[in-house]
Design a protein around this ligand. Structure first.
Ligand code: 3PG
Ligand code: MG
Length: 399
């Protein structure tokens, strides 16, 4: 890979230089309190930021949070993230209340060597995500004015062709940060020559989100285990009734076709937990997949499925997992996700957990993060990497 790294930049010396760091600080916030409910993505960027601080750089961090529509929207402010980042760094983070305006300009200008600033949400500006090259470029010019060099450490956003990810590196000397390097190193093991058996577990709600990766993985994996909301479209494709479970009707034919081509590699649930409603206290039972009542919906995989999936995982030498098996946020429907996560930690395999939701599930369920080989900070990004797509953020670093 012809990508320059943070170490190359540090070797040049960054003391007194302004270094613009694109991070992915898109952390989940509690809907009621607005508090950060999982700070994994903030922690993940500390190695890069710490090295720059230590080397005496003026560190200017930028990120998106959520999907605001190109204008300021207080519920998506990065202000709480600045507070948490400061706690983790052990030094205050100077927060700019805009991204490229007066506050940002003075905040950056006032930085002393070894200090850190965080700009307000990139997506408060239409230029960040614009499809129009000129509009994106104009915003990238403003951002690039805050740095003498650029570090991309936002692995979770490398699949986005956005100004801060794609256009800024064309304007500044650019390198990959420690997180981006580690993510690419790990994921390239999966696309290269993974030790076999290679078992992939996919969950989450939508087949349509995962279709491309299923297509790409089918020829390479030894087993593909499918749970989560998306399993019901596959069950329907097998001719089963799924009650009021999540169903993507227009994907049923596609799923049937995938099953036909899978040569038995795809394993589907044999039992599921069905409930009267999508609610934490809904009445629920475990049923066989051929006995889902018409008025109930599946919210988790059942214990026999966990046992079957676990048996497949126990044979594996390489595992990739993306997407929860059920509604793990509700304790009544968390057993499937927990069971699969535990089976992965017990397997004598190199395991990679991909994606914000799955990584958050690991932490929310109180599992030991260190018992996984790697927990990726990218959901969409890791899937697109495994699909073999060109990722705009990586491509931009390559020249
Ligand atoms: C993510 O959470 O997947 C990344 O931060 C990218 O966010 P996006 O899907 O809104 O671009
Ligand atoms: Mg996402």
């Amino acid at each position: 890979m012809s990508i320059r790294t943070l170490d190359d930049l540090l070797a040049e010396g960054v003391s007194g230089r302004r270094v613009l760091v694109r991070a992915d600080l898109n952390v989940p916030l509690d809907k009621q309190t607005g508090a950060i409910s999982d700070d994994g993505r903030i922690r993940a960027v500390l190695p890069t930021l710490g090295a720059l601080v230590e080397a005496g750089a003026k560190v200017v961090v930028c990120s998106h949070l959520g999907r605001p529509k190109g204008a300021p929207d207080p519920q998506f402010s990065l202000s709480p993230v600045a507070g948490r980042l400061g706690e983790l760094l052990g030094a205050p983070v100077h927060f700019a209340t805009d991204t490229v305006g007066e506050s940002a300009r003075s905040t950056v200008a006032d930085l002393a060597d070894g200090q850190v600033a965080l700009l307000e949400n990139l997506r408060f500006n239409a230029g960040e995500t614009s499809k129009d090259e000129a509009e994106r470029g104009a915003f990238a010019d403003q951002l690039a004015a805050f740095g003498d060099a650029y570090v991309d450490d936002a692995f979770g956003a490398v699949h986005r062709k956005h100004a801060s990810v794609f256009d800024v590196p064309a304007r500044l000397p650019h390198v990959a940060g420690r997180l981006v390097l580690r993510e690419v190193e790990v994921l390239s093991k999966l696309t290269g020559d993974p030790e076999r058996p290679y078992v992939v577990v996919l969950g989450g709600s939508k087949v349509s989100d995962k279709l491309a990766v299923i297509e790409a993985l089918l020829p390479t994996v030894d087993r593909l285990l499918i749970g989560g909301g998306m399993c019901f479209t596959f069950l329907k494709a097998q001719g089963l009734e799924v009650g009021t479970s999540l169903l993507e009707k227009d994907m049923v034919d596609t799923c049937r076709n995938l099953l036909e081509r899978a040569n038995g590699k795809i394993l589907l649930p044999v039992d599921v937990v069905v409930a009267d409603a999508f609610a934490p206290d809904a009445a629920h039972d475990t049923v066989r997949v051929d006995g889902i009542p018409s008025h109930r919906l599946g919210l988790d995989v059942g214990p026999e499925t966990v046992a079957g999936f676990s048996a497949a995982l126990s044979q594996a030498k390489t595992i990739f997992w993306n997407g929860p098996m059920g509604v793990f946020e509700m304790p009544a429907f968390a057993a499937g996700t927990r069971g699969i996560a535990e089976a992965i930690t017990k397997a004598d395999a190199f395991s990679v957990v991909g994606g914000g939701d799955s990584a958050a599930a690991v932490r929310a369920l109180g599992l030991d993060e260190s018992s996984f080989g790697h927990i990726s900070t990218g959901g969409g990004a890791s899937l697109e990497y495994l699909e073999g797509k060109t990722l705009p953020g990586i491509a931009a670093l390559e020249n």
